[in-house]
Design a protein around this ligand. Structure first.
Ligand SMILES: [Fe+2]
Length: 360
């Protein structure tokens, strides 16, 4: 019998279309607009000024209290602010944190309820429609309904999601990436690569997601090669690759690599994309050791490009990998990861011993 699978994306994606046109369309029937962001990118890119100058007939309500790993109290507070401001539409502007938080704020704005109470209940008021504007090229958050929120008390990252939390529009405008610091840009690129790679290898992958994942990995590797040779990358292509990988994990989820990375971020404060970069070479070895066949396709892409992801990571991180991992309690990290649902999609049977062997 033929393989059965589905593919779904309700997000209308605009690639390099004039922001004024996209926003005019999105905001056309609304007067009160909420904007969720961090403090820096919205000013550095000139986006706040652009909104105020381009749409003088609209009233904007800015909530810029989103931190790098958005917390439960930030999205509850943002939801209250947007509710009190009676906004009709929301623009989420920034990296994955701002987009994830923006989506969560959109549902807490219409549902005045405690975080876990709403998370556990599928009976809720629909969130406020949202347009996502990514300013990094890593998370692909603009393409899915996931909100990764940090619970400080539990020292944990929680995937809050609801079927209605997809952005209505995603606006990919690579000009907004130009103000990104080079190091952060690289970390976000490794995050996008790990989404595509984990999605491709995931137990939940299908032929549709595989095509997107392979193209995403090819674009990213080609750009990492160009970075290695000339320190240059094509931001527009990378942003597209990141959106592709966001659509991939919408169908496949991530795997134990991300779960291990969450521990490095929660406990050691290692930036999310950097944490993934530290883990990618080991994860590939784990898959190879277990005979995961699809690894060959990744190796073929690397051969075609005469460049490998592991070389790229060695190039960029050098012996910092050892330093960054040296203080980590790997047993605790593995215990944490094995309890996350991500590990269920890993393409081999995950055991504590096997994972630990790759960190000795
Ligand atoms: Fe990620």
């Amino acid at each position: 019998m033929s393989e059965s699978f589905f593919f779904h994306s309700p997000v209308k994606v605009f690639v390099e279309k004039d922001p004024y046109e996209v926003l005019s369309d999105f905001l056309s029937d609304s007067c009160r607009i909420g904007v969720v962001s961090g403090k820096v990118a919205i000013l550095k890119t000139g986006f706040k000024e652009f909104l105020l100058k381009s749409f003088p007939d609209k009233e904007f309500f800015f909530y810029d209290d989103i931190s790098e790993n958005p917390r439960i109290n930030e999205v509850i507070k943002g939801g209250r602010f947007l509710r009190d401001s009676k906004v009709e539409k929301i623009i989420a502007f920034g990296g994955g944190s701002a987009l994830d938080a923006g989506k969560a704020c959109a549902i807490f704005a219409t549902n005045n309820r405690p975080f876990y109470d709403l998370m556990a209940d599928n009976n809720y008021e629909r969130p406020i429609p949202l347009l996502a504007v990514p300013t990094t090229c890593g998370t692909g958050s603009e393409m899915n309904h996931y909100c990764i929120i940090t619970d400080l008390e539990k020292v944990d990252k929680v995937n809050f999601n609801k079927p209605d939390l997809f952005p209505k529009y995603a606006m990919l405008w690579s000009e907004y990436l130009k103000s990104l610091d080079e190091t952060l840009l690289l970390w976000t690129v490794y995050d996008a690569f790990s989404h595509a790679m984990e999605g491709y290898l995931s137990k939940r992958s299908n032929r549709f997601s595989d095509i997107l994942a392979m193209e995403s990995m090819r674009i990213i590797l080609d750009n990492l090669k160009s970075y290695s040779n000339s320190k240059r990358m094509d931001l527009s292509k990378l942003q597209f690759a990141s959106a592709l990988s966001g659509a991939v994990i919408l169908h496949t989820g991530t795997t134990i690599l991300h779960a291990l990375g969450y521990y490095l971020t929660n406990v050691h404060g290692i930036q999310h994309g950097l944490a993934n970069a530290l883990l990618i070479p080991r994860y590939l070895m784990m898959c190879e050791g277990k005979g995961v066949e699809k690894i060959d396709v990744i190796r073929n892409i690397e051969k075609e490009l005469h460049f490998s992801i592991v070389d790229s990571i060695k190039d960029v991180l050098g012996d910092r990998v050892i330093k960054l991992l040296s203080g980590v309690d790997t047993e605790k990290m593995v215990d944490y990861a094995l309890n996350k649902p991500n590990s269920l999609s890993t393409p081999f049977v995950v055991t504590k011993d096997y994972i630990l062997r790759h960190f000795s």
